[in-house]
Design a protein around this ligand. Structure first.
Ligand code: ZN
Length: 78
């Protein structure tokens, strides 16, 4: 399975409120990729890890890439 080091996944949930919804375009990190993800940070990182394995052939997501993904995420306005 594809793994991301636990310290890199921070839950943004603070209860039923306070969930910060974000979006991420893989193309911001991997030029040409059209995949897009929406959700809270942990959900996006998990989805990106699966996508990176399925579509980009990464057996694991390096911390550097996780940092790039997190930096490229933007908040989604309600
Ligand atoms: Zn991609």
């Amino acid at each position: 399975m594809i793994g991301i080091s636990q310290p890199l996944i921070r839950k943004v949930r603070t209860g039923n409120e306070g969930i910060t919804m974000k979006k991420f375009r893989c193309g911001d990190v991997v030029p040409g990729c059209t995949a897009r993800f929406n959700g809270d940070e942990a959900s996006i990182l998990a989805a990106v890890a699966a996508h990176a394995g399925a579509d980009h052939g990464l057996v694991e997501v390096p911390a550097e890439l996780v940092a790039q993904v997190r930096a490229a995420m933007v908040d989604v306005a309600e």
